[in-house]
Write a protein that binds this ligand. Structure first.
Ligand SMILES: C[S@@+](CC[C@H](N)C(=O)[O-])C[C@H]1O[C@@H](n2cnc3c(N)ncnc32)[C@H](O)[C@@H]1O
Length: 443
């Protein structure tokens, strides 16, 4: 074991500061005696008192105690546990101001990390409501003896404790309103101490709840779960081991969501990757298709394609689409989705897009356009392949502005593309997550 790091003592008491900016993770930024201090719960333009949480060499961290002069953008958070629960970080900022802040994060990242700026900033994609949008989530479960019950919900900010929330406003209400009932249900199970997590997966109407179980259920547990399913219109799945062990408690759901403008329906399993916000997903697919400017004879490469969320809509319009994805299960679902939607002009490959790609058969072919939707780590390794395949237009969907900016710098400065446009999409309201889209072109 290495030497124990001693935590720096923090000054006691409250300190008054003026907040100059908002950090990329939604904290107010102040300068105290020349040192940057990130203050949870504070907004630009405000004067607040705060107490220190941590001191580090490069910066300090604090928590607002009193807002002495409030920003015009400050709003009352809906959640009673706001500031404690780690599920959200921006509820105190008006939704329009959240989007403006995320756009600043995107443009700052592009400039500072990529050395690039878009010719055009796209209008932000905004959902019908910034509440009740989350259809995919991982909730923690823990019996807390001190409270005499089981807690179900997101973890507290910066801690492994579960936040004590009786209603979550960002989860879809089917689940957000069900937390107390789930807590009572699990509290009555024999394995209540051996059930650490619930995975939520909703389609357009149905709700699957995957229970991670470390011990088998008793007969009475099964009966309680079945009664709960019937009463609350949810379907339980059990996961005794890795994701491959997930099975329904009794009858499996046929989970599927629709993309009506593209006449596409996509089936998925509860453990599959799906976009968390279905309203924004529909708008995002429309925008991606618009930016690709698809022509009948286009050949398109869709990298990190998952179950075919973009691949199938693209295939409705153009000559041929190739989807590539690292998870063989998702590729199987994508193939089946293509067949279910009577689409024959597409093909799918399983490949590690961060690995060695020289022998990949889909790379020996010419394409006109590409769609990239990588995980947080971005798509750096595959970028040099794109100009080599003849690709002139790239639409890049990103959940991490840092890696998008890095990759944008590569595409522009090494591979001869122009960053035509970029914009944010409000996929995760009230959190600091920034989802964005960018269009690159090349002659
Ligand atoms: C942000 S999701 C996008 C999925 C899909 N485009 C959609 O909209 O539903 C990223 C996808 O990248 C896949 N992925 C992660 N690492 C990968 C890798 N090394 N190679 C290929 N695909 C990978 C994940 O399985 C996931 O499906």
């Amino acid at each position: 074991m290495g030497p124990r790091r001693r935590r720096k003592r923090v000054p006691e008491g409250e300190f008054q500061v003026s907040i100059g900016g908002l950090s990329h993770d939604g904290r107010g930024v102040a300068h105290v005696d020349g040192k940057t201090t990130f203050v949870h719960g504070a907004l630009p333009g405000e004067t607040v008192t705060f107490r220190y949480l941590q001191r580090r060499r490069s910066h300090d961290e604090g928590q607002v105690v009193t807002v002495l002069k409030a920003s015009n953008n400050r709003v009352e958070p809906r959640c009673a546990q706001y500031g404690i629960c780690g599920g959200c970080g921006l509820q105190h900022l008006a939704p329009e101001a959240q989007i403006a802040a995320k756009q600043t994060v995107l443009l700052d990242n592009l400039r500072e990390l990529g050395g690039v700026a878009p010719l055009e900033v796209l209008p932000a994609l905004v959902g019908e409501s910034p509440w009740g949008y989350r259809r995919k989530a991982r909730l923690g479960v823990k019996e807390v003896l001190r409270k005499g019950r089981v807690l179900v919900g997101f973890r507290e900010r910066g801690s492994s404790f579960i936040a004590d929330v009786d209603r979550c406003h960002v989860l879809h209400p089917r689940v957000g309103n069900l937390l107390p009932a789930l807590s009572d249900l699990i509290g009555g199970l024999s394995i209540r101490r051996r059930l650490p997590q619930i995975e939520v997966a909703m389609d357009d109407v149905q709700c699957a709840l995957v229970l991670r179980i470390l011990d088998p259920l008793s007969g009475e547990d099964e009966r309680l779960l079945k009664d709960f399913q019937r009463a609350n219109d949810v379907v339980f799945y059990l996961q005794p081991g890795g994701p491959e062990t997930i099975r329904p408690l009794d009858t499996a759901l046929d989970l599927r969501y629709c993309l009506p403008t593209h006449n596409v329906a996509l089936r998925f399993l509860p453990s599959d990757f799906t976009q968390v916000n279905s309203d924004i997903n529909r708008q995002m697919v429309d925008r991606a298709i618009g930016l690709l400017d698809l022509q009948e004879d286009d050949r398109v490469l869709d990298l990190f394609c998952g179950i075919g969320n973009f691949t199938l809509p693209i295939a409705r319009v153009c000559a041929r689409v190739t989807g590539v994805e690292g998870d063989a299960g998702l590729v199987a679902r994508a193939r089946r989705n293509a067949a279910d939607n009577a689409l024959a002009n597409l093909c799918f490959y399983t490949a590690d897009l961060y690995g060695e790609l020289d022998a990949e058969p889909w790379l020996g072919v010419e394409y006109d356009k590409a769609l990239l939707d990588p995980p947080r780590s971005g798509a750096l390794q595959v970028l040099p392949r794109l100009p080599a395949c003849g690709i002139r237009r790239i639409v890049y969907v990103s959940c991490n502005p840092g890696t998008l900016a890095r990759d944008a710098g590569e595409l522009v400065n090494r591979h001869g593309y122009r960053l035509h446009s970029a914009g944010v999409m409000d996929m995760f309201p009230h959190t600091a997550h920034v989802e964005s889209i960018a269009l690159f072109e090349r002659d």
